[in-house]
Design a protein around this ligand. Structure first.
Ligand code: NAD
Length: 487
């Protein structure tokens, strides 16, 4: 089977969950393979009318066949989808790789993770329940976990399959009907996954996908009066628009936003052991990862030695087309490449030192949007490369003297998504884990393999609410308190 057999006819928008429809789209959008610059598909550009039909279909499902299914049956459908993802593994990772430029290993890892989300949430669907509360004599009090009803999901282009699994898996398991607006730059696996959901028997409307531009389909979804909750994963800037639209309806939102995450290396750390983690944390997905470890904080006593060893690694890094499975694939599009190149130019102009650069592979296609990984040093703390999410394979190094300075430097950006701490001192491990303002702190590792079991989300401008894990189910549910006075 060709990977593209999993997709609807080019230009179609999935509206009702029961079939594909070409209308009412506002034209089409090209899908470009970032490894080559070639067009490989055409998406429907849905707008307000498509969103309206999608939300109505979801409401009918929530109030009808999907809502009526017992939790155990909902869970079984999620598990069936997980199996279907495994059965279509080859086609799905090819789609993901062509659509986003992910190197083969990364594309495969993302589809495996996507299947795992549906397996986990399939098993969890009938195990999420309320409590009985001891209260005054003559009362029985209990709580129920109820779905919101219809949830809207807006996701970015960097991990479309994984984030699909994370947000849709959790919301469906909690019993909601979902409307998804994937990023215009990465819709192929979300469309294929929705197609698989239909094939394994999800009722029409339980999961509906509308493709289109953020400013059209995304804005229309956020503004739609028929939604009960919005989960947004994307940039802090767009999150303001999403929240503003939600505020007009006093509607709850979950925001999974960006980061400028520090990796803090103390002199007593296993330095050799830390090197591959620190490199991978910034080159994975060519640095286009919300949780990328994009700032390196090294204790002065070992800074030169550690940065020398890291430079050797960076010099050996290679970026190139996805099918060569190198350290980095291309960036998602020409705009993103220009943005990252712009940060590097500005850094050079302002005297920030480039300690090491990787290279773009020989014979890489001219139309590919490649950026060679770079290690920067001695940037002023308020410089854009020290403060802003570059979203490319660029690591900026800083030096610190003691624990207090390390904590202050780690906290010196508006973000608070992830932090990595490298030290063998047990007391310091706990002190840092307590002090750092980040949604997740990793000690002597970075990311812990990203398991679905681990709650994920931000502090500060990195967002609020949590997805993944059992906790994700709470964020897709409302608690109803029932108090019965029986005397
Ligand atoms: P983006 O904010 O530009 O777009 C995200 C989504 O929002 C897309 O689907 C887009 O079409 C849509 N959108 C754009 N304008 C909109 C509007 N006015 N109303 C409604 N929707 C709109 O972000 P991006 O460039 O696609 O993704 C990169 C960002 O996502 C980075 O900041 C990254 O850190 C963040 N991210 C966060 C996480 C996390 O879990 N915390 C995960 C992945 C990516």
């Amino acid at each position: 089977m060709s990977a593209f057999d999993l997709l609807p006819t080019p230009g179609a928008t999935l509206l009702t969950g029961a079939d594909w429809s070409a209308e009412p789209a506002d034209g089409t959008l090209p899908v470009i393979d970032p490894s080559t610059g070639e067009e490989i598909y055409r998406l429907a550009a849905g707008g307000a009318a498509a969103v309206d039909r999608a939300v109505m279909a979801a409401r009918a499902a929530a109030d009808g066949p999907w809502g009526a299914l017992p939790a155990v049956e909902k869970g079984r459908l999620l598990v069936r989808l997980s199996r279907a993802i495994e059965d279509h593994f080859e086609a799905l990772w090819h789609l993901e790789s062509h659509d986003t430029g992910k190197p083969v290993k990364q594309a495969k890892a993302d589809i495996t993770a996507c299947a795992r989300y549906f397996e986990f949430y399939g098993g969890a669907a009938d195990k999420h329940h309320g409590e009985t509360i001891p209260y005054q004599a003559g009362y029985s009090v209990l709580t129920w976990k109820e779905p919101y009803g219809v949830t809207g999901h807006i996701i970015p282009w960097n991990y479309p399959a994984q984030i699909f699994g994370r947000t849709i898996g959790g919301a469906l398991a909690a019993g909601n009907a979902c409307v998804l607006k994937p990023a215009e730059d990465a819709c192929l696996t979300p469309l294929a996954l929705a197609q698989l959901a239909l094939a394994v028997g999800f009722p029409p409307g339980a999961l509906t996908v509308v493709t289109g531009l953020g400013t059209a389909a995304g804005a229309a979804l956020c503004a739609h009066p028929g939604l009960d909750h919005v989960s947004f994963t994307g940039s802090p800037q767009t999150a303001v628009a999403v929240q503003t639209a939600a505020a007009r309806h006093n509607r709850p939102v979950t925001l999974e936003l960006g980061g400028k995450s520090p990796q803090i290396v103390f002199a007593d750390a296993d330095l050799d052991g830390a090197l591959p983690f620190i490199t991978n944390a910034i080159v994975q997905n060519a640095g286009q990862t919300c949780s990328a470890g994009s700032r390196l904080l090294v204790q002065e006593a070992v800074a030169d030695r550690f940065l020398d060893a890291l430079s050797t690694r960076f010099t050996a890094l290679e970026a190139g087309p996805a099918d060569r499975d190198l350290d980095c694939g291309p960036l998602i599009n020409a705009k993103q490449k220009a943005r990252v190149d712009g940060y590097l130019t500005q850094a050079a102009r302002d005297g920030v030192r480039t300690l090491a650069s990787g290279r773009i592979a020989a014979n890489a296609p001219a139309g590919g949007t490649f950026v060679a990984p770079a290690l920067l040093d001695r940037a002023p703390v308020d410089h854009p490369v020290a403060q802003e999410e570059i979203f490319g394979p660029v690591l900026t190094a800083f030096r610190f003297h003691d624990e207090a300075e390390a904590i202050a430097l780690a906290d010196a950006t508006p973000f608070g998504l992830v932090a990595g701490v490298w030290t063998q001192d047990g007391g310091r491990q706990f002190r840092l884990a307590r002090a750092l303002r980040a949604g997740q702190v990793f000690v002597n590792n970075y990311g812990a393999g990203g398991g679905v079991e681990l709650p994920f989300g931000g502090m500060k401008k990195s967002g609020f609410g949590r997805e993944k894990a059992l906790e994700g189910l709470d964020h897709f549910s409302v608690t109803k308190t029932v108090a019965i006075r029986h005397g």
